[in-house]
Write a protein that binds this ligand. Structure first.
Ligand SMILES: [Zn+2]
Length: 258
């Protein structure tokens, strides 16, 4: 996971959401108890928050990668617009009961939207939204001011302050990092396999550079180094893993030379 710079301007297509939210707020406040039950389930307009223009802006800001796992999504599947704070209902933990209402008033809020792969969002995160102190959660009062989420919002902080990589495995270096890895399945088998393939490729590039150096093939050294430089850029798949891998290889090389 890496930091995402979501453009600050709200896409005009989300403007239609303001009226939809006002209607929901009025309905909710007329009978708050109803909306804590399935009977008071809200419906949401995917045509607004998932509008093609909204998707395109998110995809472009995220370099066509999942906001959580850094997989290049559309190589293999379609992505989806994901609500960081779940709109319909929430769970404090995987085994906890589903609670309503969700963060329905944020369903069309730009800062709450990310672009995610179907596995991270649909199979793992779903309605999970754990808080450090669950007692401060107040969806009925529509306030998030006191919340400290235990999931990383990659548009609000640098995820690398919480998650690093030991070879192909994600490692939480803070409590939030560890909960995020577990909640989003960031060490799920298929994902680790995909990261491993990328890792093996980068290790091979590294070894080719060393070999080219020994043989005095400067052109090959230069092109190999360029490949490694590109691997740590935000547009590269699994760039956070690549940063830690390459730093580790450099460290080992320096230790050997010392
Ligand atoms: Zn993902």
């Amino acid at each position: 996971m890496i930091r995402i710079d979501r453009p600050t301007d709200t896409p005009p297509q989300l403007g239609g959401g303001a009226g939809l939210v006002q209607t929901k707020i009025a309905a909710h406040d007329a009978d708050p108890a109803l909306y804590t039950t399935l009977k008071g389930k809200f419906s949401f307009d995917v045509g607004v928050y998932g509008h093609e223009d909204v998707r395109q802006i998110l995809k472009s800001a995220q370099r066509w990668k999942c906001c959580f796992c850094e997989s290049k999504i559309e190589d293999v599947s379609y992505g989806e617009v994901e609500h960081f704070r779940p709109k319909a209902a929430w769970r404090q933990s995987k085994d906890a009961k589903l609670k309503r209402p969700g963060y329905y008033w944020l369903a069309y809020t730009w800062d709450n939207l990310l672009w995610s792969c179907k596995m991270c969002n649909g199979s793992y995160k779903k309605n999970l939204f754990p808080l450090e102190d669950p007692a401060v959660r107040n969806c009925v009062g529509r306030t998030v001011a006191n919340e400290t989420p235990l999931l990383i919002d990659p548009s609000a902080c640098n995820p690398r302050d919480h998650i690093r990589f030991k070879l192909d495995k994600a490692v939480g270096i803070t409590g939030v990092g560890r909960v995020t890895i577990d909640s989003l399945g960031l060490n799920r088998e298929k994902l680790v396999e995909s990261r491993r393939e990328r890792l093996q490729y980068l290790v091979a590039v590294w070894e080719n550079i060393e070999m080219a150096r020994d043989l005095g093939r400067e052109n090959n050294v230069t092109s190999g180094l360029r490949t490694l430089e590109r691997a740590v850029l935000p547009q590269a798949p699994y760039s956070s893993m690549a940063i830690d891998l390459i730093a580790g290889l450099r460290e080992a090389e320096n230790a050997e030379a010392a």
